[in-house]
Design a protein around this ligand. Structure first.
Ligand SMILES: Nc1nc2c(ncn2[C@@H]2O[C@H](COP(=O)(O)OP(=O)(O)OP(=O)(O)O)[C@@H](O)[C@H]2O)c(=O)[nH]1
Ligand SMILES: [Mg+2]
Length: 278
């Protein structure tokens, strides 16, 4: 028998959804930062085995919408919830599970399981969950994976949707854009992150190298100065970190140029959202 199905990972921002997707897939599919609302799109992570294929749907953290980008992100969450074969609801084990969150969980459709994440942490809360996991120590990951595969619909014929060589639905172009966003988020102060987007403007594969031009979009002139840094120090660091990742991913030398552009209030403008891929 073959198992194939879709699994959505839902939870508040920073709960550890993208980290768990990467751990289960065994590849870096989605970027991870310590800032809330890192993930904006639904990103598929594909777990392949001889007789199973599980498609994990990573989603943006559940939060209240303040602008059009937030609304798009929450629409992504709702679309992930509908039509999957299993929902994993992730709750940070070091944070209390409050009533509002419990209610949200209870209102999710079945089948679903509650997963306590980051159980390697010292300040663990005592709430009960169906699974306890840590991507840092690896605790609970094998058990969870076995459970997920077991829950997937069964078929006598191999009905996998994706080629088994694939581990995500996203292009290398998208993944490299996200890597740049991650490296920028990690280097920048708290005020900028939510207003930043990365657009790959040029991606040209030559025999010996790949030429990539990326545009970092921010909302304010003063943010632009911060992204660039003193004497271009910050943007240079973002570029270096991202280039080595891209070279490894592509197996080729990469020439990476990053520009910074100010687009006022882009998170509320339909045409900008579209242009930046949201
Ligand atoms: N100690 C510890 N930290 C973890 C673990 N899993 C994730 N983290 C950290 O938690 C933070 C958030 O992780 P993400 O995977 O980006 O969380 P997310 O739910 O995808 O967040 P959003 O995309 O913003 O909704 C990062 O700093 C991770 O390194 C874990 O098992 N143990
Ligand atoms: Mg995420």
């Amino acid at each position: 028998m073959y198992s194939f199905g879709y699994v959505a990972l839902i939870g508040r921002a920073n709960a550890g959804k993208s980290s768990l997707v990467n751990a289960l897939v065994g590849q870096k599919v989605a970027i991870v930062t310590n800032r809330p609302q890192t993930t904006r799109d639904n990103i598929l992570g594909i777990v392949n085995g001889e007789n199973y294929q599980v498609v994990l749907v990573d989603t943006p953290g559940v939060h209240r919408s303040k602008n059009k980008l937030d609304k798009t992100m929450m629409k992504n969450v709702r679309s992930a919830i509908s039509g999957v074969d299993l929902i994993l609801y992730l709750a940070d084990g070091s944070k209390a599970l409050d009533e509002e969150e419990m209610r949200y969980y209870q209102n999710l459709p079945q089948p679903k399981v509650l997963i306590k994440t980051k159980v390697d942490k010292k300040n663990l809360q005592s709430f009960k969950a169906d699974f306890e996991v840590s991507v840092l120590s690896g605790q609970g990951l094998d058990q969870l994976k076995t459970y997920i595969i077991d829950q997937m619909p069964k078929s006598k014929v191999k009905n996998f949707v994706f080629d088994q060589d694939y581990y995500t639905d996203k292009s290398v172009r998208f993944i490299i854009g996200e890597e740049i966003r991650q490296n920028a988020l990690n280097l920048l102060s708290d005020e900028i992150p939510h207003g930043m987007a990365v657009v790959i403007e040029r991606f040209e594969e030559k025999p010996e190298l790949v030429v990539i031009e990326a545009m970092v979009v921010v909302e304010k002139e003063r943010h632009k100065a911060i992204v660039i840094g003193k004497g271009g120090k910050t943007i240079k660091q973002i570029g270096q970190n991202s280039r080595s990742f891209a070279e490894e991913l592509l197996g080729k030398k990469v020439l990476l140029k990053i520009f910074v552009k100010v687009v006022d209030d882009w998170r509320n403008k339909e045409n900008n959202l579209k242009q930046f891929g949201y």
